[in-house]
Design a protein around this ligand. Sequence first.
Ligand code: SF4
Length: 367
Amino acid sequence: GMPALPPPVLSERRKTRQLQVGPVGVGSEHPISVQSMTTTLTSDVNATLQQIAELTAAGCDIVRVACPSADDAEALPAIAKKSQIPVIADIHFQPKYVFAAIEAGCAAVRVNPGNIRKFDDQVKEIARAAKDHGTPIRIGVNAGSLDKRIMDKYGKATPEALAESALWEASLFAEHDFYDVKISVKHNDPVVMVRAYEILAEQCDYPLHLGVTEAGPAFQGTIKSAVAFGALLRQGIGDTIRVSLSAPPVEEVKVGIQILQSLNLKERKLEIVSCPSCGRAQVDVYTLAEQVTAGLEGMEVPLRVAVMGCVVNGPGEAREADLGVASGNGKGQIFVKGEVIKTVPEHAIVETLIEEAMRIAEESGQT
Ligand code: SF4
């Protein structure tokens, strides 16, 4: 048949330099990747690898591990070797761990400029080691740890201060002919954060890693990240993303993937189109939508499933989906590709939808 057209996106990606984080390409020529960070002690290799496996299964592209101690640095080679996805070592203060992480085969190293001044004269050596190993550096500016000189100049972590801090550190590496750099400028206020990235995007062509820091518990953090990333992605800004939540990292990955899928920046897999319900509903739509979602979780084929509470808008919407149900009178009309294939009693709706979804998946050869 006809090749499917790629789904529309809101804007072209901002053109950036390209870099490799292990096998994952980062920059405007590559898909936007989803990152998260482990919460285990990095020195506990097994627990960390277990969590990385869970993140990998959830669809995480790149994982970051904190490296605050010598024990953590010693664990890096085993973690970098056994992880299924590229590992970025997150290092504040200690340059010796930067070298350890590069030697350990980490796919990248994240450093924080509030601290780099302490090793100004070591930037050259870090740049050389990173270049020798093909290891990119992420310059991660955080509002909470801005360089003192910049804090004195701006008084607080303004968008300009965040951007200037990051660009200054990038220039330290550029002086040594090192450009394999990705930048983040995180702030807990989405407005400040968005503006900081806009300034960066105007002033450099490094790939940018988006994040709202300390975004909060799952509900608040999800919304803050979604609106901030949306505002930037609308302008083509953003090459990797991390949703920070005070919640297990797998949740961060799910939200990150959903944000990208919402903007057609990542292929949609299972999508449930369920109605909000209203006074016309003849079925408990919330429960039905939840049951269908749970029953189809993990489907690997793109599938749009409509769950509609009545026969007013129900059939119309269900027809637009790959698969759907419109309920009424204790029954469900099951639609596949716009055709009613059967009508089943209400209690059989969920199992019938799951059966049909499996059949569609099998037929597409992507089970
Ligand atoms: Fe209401 Fe029916 Fe629309 Fe659902 S599909 S919101 S029940 S009119």
